[in-house]
Ligand binder design. Structure first.
Ligand code: GLU
Length: 490
């Protein structure tokens, strides 16, 4: 039975790179009918906060990556927060004492720093010297009596090789002499990551540890703890880093890369998930647009690349645009509303909003861009750009505009925006034919004055979309205003 976990330190929001690690875990679990667990590594007391736990949980829910055990939902292997598991760590620590795998270390930070510098100067790997490994029981007792607060170190076996068959990176070998005895309990009694994570993974019966490749260097330490405890070692899969398009590590400079920031900017969760999946995983037939269900069916770790994933925001935008195009209009309207509200734009009605969204959605990378695309539909008058002015100054423009308004007024009330669009399309066709017959002008000479009057520009949406969006009243005001402007100018 597959059991995997995501074990973030709640010291900040869920980053988009972290979300990819979750996604791979989640897809792996779902593909195998296994269990996905969310727990919190909150032993950094100063930087951890439940606020970030909540952000991470909310981000996962937003992405649709639900967990079966862990934070908020509980489960048989809890608690799921490390600071609430200290008693459990003590039990495992006791087993390590019993087996002679650990010892007290009284070295001060200054001594350790001195050792480190000397080792570097000798050109050696700066691993712990092992000074306290050889203290006699009497010496230890004396220091404890003196009130010194020791850390607890793990005795790394000398000169052994640790071999990991990584599910993504293949075989990776480590020499224990490069590791050095490491601290598993700090002098304040709090376990370190390498110890706590092993105890958590053992007690939660984790079968596969799928995590960021930056943890590969920790893996030999963890394997040695498993071995010392006589526990079965899980399988590891280390997921590559994510780089930006110029091959650099993604950084704060690129703006807020949290999942919530993408949600706020109006990316659809299915687009983000689809994009993240392809940052390193290639589905068997290299298709690009995939639902979560499809990914669950096809996911396997052996198609996850060990080379870095490249975060190409243009590709994300393309993908989000594809999902915006395909999105149900009711849902898109719900998603759009907060963006309009933020921009102070009040939609005429729900039907209107859906119609507008349908007209402009092909142009949107994300919903945050929506106000910029539709704010021009709100004012009663427009400024005429210099490039559009000649269309209004044409000799036949006043006649075209007047006739257009007359005919628009005569249109029967439409039952829907779609119907009005058809009416306007028909009206424009007839207007064009009649103008050609009566005044010898057609095509651009008819449509451009209307466009210029309605938008102040010489390009933009089709007129038959624009008129229903603006509504008869606003169309009238805009046309009358430009007629006045032209007659004043003449
Ligand atoms: N707290 C660690 C992190 O957020 C967990 C690493 C692991 O999965 O073992 O990177």
């Amino acid at each position: 039975m597959v059991r995997v976990r995501f074990a973030p330190s709640p010291t900040g929001p869920l980053h988009i790179g972290g979300a990819r690690t979750v996604l791979f875990n989640w897809l792996f679990a779902r593909n195998h009918g296994g269990t996905f667990i969310l727990r919190s590594e909150d032993t950094d007391l100063e930087r951890s906060s439940v606020r970030w736990e909540k952000d991470i949980a909310d981000s996962l829910r937003w992405l649709g990556l639900t967990w079966d055990e862990g934070l908020e939902v509980g489960g048989p292997h809890g608690p799921y927060r490390q600071t609430e598991r200290l008693e459990i760590y003590k039990e495992y620590l006791a087993r390590l004492w019993l087996g002679g795998h650990v010892y007290y270390c009284f070295c001060t930070p200054e001594e350790l720093e001195q050792d480190r510098r000397e080792a570097m100067a000798r050109g050696e790997n700066p691993v712990y010297s092992g000074r306290c490994r050889h203290l006699t029981p009497a010496q230890v007792e004396e220091k404890l009596q003196a009130g010194l607060k020791p850390a607890i170190r793990f005795k790394v076996p000398r000169d052994t090789e640790i071999v990991i068959q990584d599910l993504i990176r293949g075989e990776v070998r480590f020499q224990s002499r490069d590791v050095g005895d490491f601290i598993i309990i700090k002098s304040d009694g709090i376990p370190t990551y390498n110890f706590a994570v092993v105890v958590d993974d053992i007690t939660m019966r984790i079968t596969h540890v799928i995590r960021a490749s930056e943890h590969l260097i920790n893996t030999p330490r963890q394997v040695m703890i498993y071995q010392a405890l006589g526990e079965e070692v899980p399988q590891f899969g280390h997921v590559s880093v994510v780089l930006d398009v110029s091959g650099r590590k993604m950084s704060k400079r690129m703006g807020d890369m949290s999942v919530t920031a993408y949600a706020r900017r109006g990316y659809l969760p299915e687009a983000v998930v689809n994009f993240l999946a392809l940052l390193g995983w290639s589905p068997p037939d290299n298709k690009e647009l995939m639902s979560l269900e499809q990914m669950v069916k096809e996911f396997s770790l052996d198609r996850v690349s060990k080379s870095p994933g490249i975060f190409d925001e243009q590709k994300l935008n393309w993908m989000n645009n594809q999902y915006i195009r395909a999105c149900d209009l009711e849902r898109l309207a719900d998603l759009a509303l907060p963006h309009l509200e933020k921009a102070g734009l009040e939609p005429v009605s729900r039907e209107w909003l859906k119609y507008v969204l349908d007209v402009v959605r092909d142009e949107l990378n994300c919903l945050e861009e929506l106000p910029g695309h539709i704010e021009e539909f709100f004012p009663d008058t427009v400024d005429i750009e210099p490039g559009a002015l000649p269309h209004l100054e044409a000799e036949t423009a006043p006649a075209v505009l007047t006739e257009f308004l007359l005919r628009l007024d005569r249109l029967p009330a439409a039952a829907s925006y779609g119907e009005m669009q058809n009416q306007v399309q028909q009206l424009l066709k007839e207007l064009n034919q009649d103008m050609k017959r009566e005044r010898g002008v057609s095509g651009r000479a008819v449509f451009m004055p209307i466009r210029a009057a309605l938008t102040g520009r010489d390009s933009g949406q089709e007129l038959y979309y624009l008129v229903p969006i603006l509504g008869r009243e606003r169309v009238r005001r805009r046309i009358e205003a430009s007629l006045r402007q032209v007659s004043r100018g003449a």
